[in-house]
Design a binder for this molecule. Structure first.
Ligand code: GZL
Length: 321
């Protein structure tokens, strides 16, 4: 018996010394996941995907909802270290402010999987793998769709005023979706962003900020929202202002949630750029590969589409989130 115990200690020490995690062969894999919150339909679908995939794989998932507060996520990460979980999964609510706790995770020798959002920490040796979307590409796709749509409408010479609902200030998707969109419209001098403010990725704030945009009384031709939830909230404000969403004001959002497809089918929304939240199976696959000692790719991008009134209605029955 003593020999087995000694062997187990040696294996565990070696695993930590060589920076590997010590997955005990005879027990369930324990994963700590620090989620951002439940701020949008996208996030709710993302959480369900991770929880369902972990349950199906028999993984012991310690799941914490950070309620969109960085301090809650940092506390959860520290708790996972204390619990000695095998793997930590994490979607950082904003890009900065993680250096200290990430160092503690690395010092504890617990492998870190980034899912969805990223941090501004330099280099990529602090995490094992990252899976999610190319947010700059999503912003570019939104801009490209708008340029094409205006061309088809014969409005590519008209001065077009765009209002923008940004995501959570300082978050990867907000920074990069703005970057990608601005890159495309900069090539079209008739397109101008006249008002831009954060709606923090929520419907409520999307509605109230859109109300304030409308109250200014300036010409508004397009709404570009960094997620569908803010756009869906803004649609309420547009209707309350006696305007026709999808007609008087062209509306473009990102995520591809079911409610956006339904709004497009109803003629109240024009385009949604897909951002796949169903990362659970990919996340579990990465955990299993880690436990098997396999190496993982640093980055895995989701494959995503762009949907508008020509495609959304047909795709609606197949949508999973
Ligand atoms: C994008 C994700 C964003 C969604 C929002 O990958 O981080 O957060 O676009 C969600 O709906 O709140």
């Amino acid at each position: 018996m003593k020999k087995c115990a000694l062997l187990l200690v040696v294996v565990t020490v070696l695993a930590f010394v060589f920076g590997g995690a010590a997955f005990a062969a005879d027990k369930k894999i324990v994963v700590g996941f620090a989620q951002i919150g439940a701020e949008s339909d996208w996030r709710v679908a993302n959480t369900k995907s991770i929880q369902d995939a972990c349950a199906e794989a028999g993984i012991d998932l310690r799941f914490v909802d950070g309620q969109q507060k960085q301090e809650n996520q940092i506390k959860a990460l520290r708790d996972f270290i204390t619990q000695g979980v095998d793997v930590i999964g994490f979607s950082p609510v904003v890009e900065s402010g993680w250096d200290e706790v990430i160092e503690e995770i690395n010092d504890a020798g617990i492998p870190l999987i980034l899912s969805d959002r990223t941090t501004d920490i330099k280099g990529d040796d602090y995490y094992v793998t990252w899976m999610g979307s190319n947010f700059i590409e999503e912003g570019r796709n939104a801009g490209k769709w708008l340029v094409e749509y205006l061309k088809k409408q014969g409005r590519n010479k008209e001065q077009i005023n765009i209002v923008e609902l940004q995501g959570t200030v300082g978050s990867g998707p907000a920074i990069d979706r703005q970057k990608g969109f601005v890159e495309v419209i900069a090539e079209n001098p008739n397109l101008k962003i006249t008002q831009s403010q954060t709606g923090d990725f929520t419907r409520d704030l999307g509605r109230t900020v859109m109300e304030s945009f409308l109250k200014k009384g300036e010409k508004i031709d397009v709404l570009y929202a960094h997620n569908d939830d803010m756009a869906l909230g803004a649609i309420q404000a547009i209707k309350e202002a006696g305007r026709k969403p999808g007609k008087d004001i062209i509306i473009i959002g990102i995520d591809g949630v079911k409610a956006a497809f339904e709004a497009i089918a109803a003629g109240e929304y024009n385009c949604t750029v897909e951002c796949n939240p169903l990362l659970g199976p990919q996340f579990v696959d990465a955990v299993k590969k880690l436990a098997a000692g396999e190496t993982l790719p640093k980055i895995t991008y989701s494959i995503e589409g762009v949907y508008d009134e020509t495609t959304a209605k047909e795709a609606l029955p197949t949508r999973q989130y």
